[in-house]
Design a protein. Structure first.
Length: 547
């Protein structure tokens, strides 16, 4: 349970909402049991009064019954409203905190996770934790409090009846839930694991559908998804069977508990300790009190799956940051010169990507970095952006970048990565991601320098044209130029371009290079490319050898 408590501790700001929901839950159960008890006592008392011709004031109890019915209805509505509000607030806190933890992990810290797995943990696993408060904590706390109150109320009139009620309430609210939790532990954990595997398989299958079809592997992927789905359904069916058995056990405990209260109360009636109508009241009160224990078996049954979801989230949230910020970051330098000295980097200790790499780019100079695939060109860019750690020395403006806050350093750099990502939004919104304060004139200039202005003008919606998920609604060359325009809109003093003309025809490539050459005068530019046309953008070409 420590995992679940830790998840709830993240949302300590929502504890007043959680407490209010639990208090309302206890209030609703109290109103319901009081309504049942008072109704039974009222009917029985009226019957006795009619048989014995004894006067009976029915105005007060009938008014109380109406009031309790109203309070129960209003209280139930308020309880659902407050508990769901608390649950959604908890989910929002968890999702924001997890995203903030994921951000500094990208890209190096997330490479060992599949894309579908990360998305699943951020969405489905967090959604699964809705049950922690709403379906686990609230029912257990509410049920425990209601059980204690119910036993104390019955003990006020009959201690034997209270003891009988206590035994069966404990059976229904404690023993049965513990058994259910033990039975559900393995299938619950397995269900959460298989859900994650299935999400990953489906996501990767959809993302790579074209390749799977071309390779003739679509059927194999579908069979793998079917197998995972079958195993998940099997685990969920087992959980459903356990839930059905615990529900039946709860009903049986309720029936036996009411019978035990009736028997124990009958002895008190026979001994003249309580009147007959009071016994009716206690029996109906006890029957309603089992509502308190009704949700506890299901609550504990959900613990294994919720705990596994919490473990998966914690594993991701607690992953070490691959490139941590210094405890006390230095101020950004005024200069923009870049110096790599004897830099080494390895994704795996046995597979170095860079070894003893050195490069100097004076402020305002444009340098092209060329070399065969695998020589570490893109790694140079990732080191400069503080996405990967390194050995050796890398300075910007004479300051070691490891002594700068990563976000501050990236404010100085506008970058077009090797695989740029376009958000599922409009062209305008994608450009404004580079500089939210940019006006239409700045957007227009960036589009012209990326040789996109005429294309955008020809679109019916212009800048408000959606680009689709990952830029799927535009061509690869257009997507890359939108990313280039986004970097130009940022207008940072250092420009980092990784294959900026990939996917462009020769004529368009020449136009883009010419516009960039004019746009980047005075900026420090590093162009990573294997295309000779891009060399015209640089004053110097540095070639790297293969590893």
């Amino acid at each position: 349970m420590r995992e679940l408590v830790r998840m709830l501790a993240v949302s300590r700001r929502q504890w007043p909402w959680m407490a209010a929901g639990i208090i309302l839950g206890v209030f609703v159960i109290a109103a319901n049991t009081a309504l049942m008890a008072l109704s039974g006592w009222f009917i029985a008392s009226m019957a006795v009064a009619g048989a014995t011709a004894v006067p009976f004031n029915y105005f007060f109890p009938s008014a109380a019954i109406r009031a309790l019915a109203i309070l129960r209805t209003v209280g139930r509505y308020a309880e659902r409203l407050v508990t769901h509000e608390a649950a959604f607030r908890i989910l929002a806190d968890l999702r924001v905190r997890l995203f903030r933890r994921l951000e500094p992990l990208a890209p190096a810290g997330l490479e060992r996770y599949a894309g579908g797995d990360v998305a699943g943990r951020l969405r489905a696993d967090v959604d699964a934790l809705e049950s922690v408060y709403l379906r686990i904590v609230a029912p257990l706390v509410t049920g425990t409090a209601a059980i204690v109150l119910a036993v104390l109320v019955v003990a006020r009139w009959s201690v034997p009846a209270a003891l009988a009620l206590f035994v069966f309430l404990m059976a229904a609210g404690v023993a049965l839930p513990l058994v259910a939790r033990r039975l559900a532990d393995k299938p619950g954990r397995r269900s959460a694991e298989l859900s994650g595997e299935l999400r990953t398989a489906v996501t990767e299958g959809l993302q790579g559908a074209e390749e799977l079809i071309l390779l003739g592997a679509a059927e194999r992927q579908a069979s793998s998804v079917d197998d995972l789905s079958y195993r998940l359904v099997t685990a969920q069916e087992r959980l459903g069977s356990i839930g059905g058995l615990t529900l039946a056990g709860g009903v049986a405990c309720g029936g036996l508990g009411v019978a035990a209260v009736l028997f124990a109360g009958s002895t008190s009636v026979a001994a003249g300790i309580i009147a007959g109508p009071v016994l009716v009241m206690l029996v109906l009160f006890s029957a309603a009190a089992f509502e308190a224990a009704g949700g506890m078996p299901a609550a504990l049954q959900l613990v294994p799956a919720a705990r596994e979801a919490a473990r998966r989230i914690r594993e991701l949230a607690d992953a070490p940051v691959p490139v941590p910020d210094p405890p006390v970051p230095e101020r950004l330098p005024a200069g923009t010169g870049i110096v790599f000295r004897n830099v080494s980097c390895a994704y795996d200790p046995a597979l170095p990507v860079l070894k003893g790499f050195s490069l100097e780019i004076p402020a305002g100079e444009r340098v092209a970095l060329a070399g065969p695939s695998g020589s570490g060109k893109s790694t140079v860019a990732e080191i400069l952006l503080r996405f990967r750690d390194y050995a050796g020395s890398v300075t910007v403006g004479g300051v070691e970048i490891s002594r700068l806050a990563a976000d501050d350093l990236r404010e100085m750099i506008a970058a077009v990565p090797q695989r740029p990502h376009l958000f599922n939004a409009t062209i305008r919104e994608n450009l404004l991601a580079g500089n939210p304060k940019a006006g239409d004139a700045e957007l227009r200039r960036a589009l012209e320098d990326a040789c996109l202005a005429a294309w955008v003008d020809a679109l019916p919606l212009g800048l408000d044209t959606p680009v689709g998920e990952g830029g799927g609604a535009v061509s690869g060359g257009e997507a890359r130029r939108i990313a280039l325009a986004r970097a130009l809109v940022k207008d940072a003093p250092i420009l980092l371009l990784d294959e900026p003309t990939e996917g462009l025809d020769a004529a368009t490539e020449r136009q883009v290079v010419a516009r960039l050459a004019a746009r980047t005068v005075g900026k420090t530019v590093l162009v990573i490319t294997h295309r000779p046309a891009c060399f015209a953008l640089a004053g110097r070409v540095v070639r790297m050898g293969a590893r």
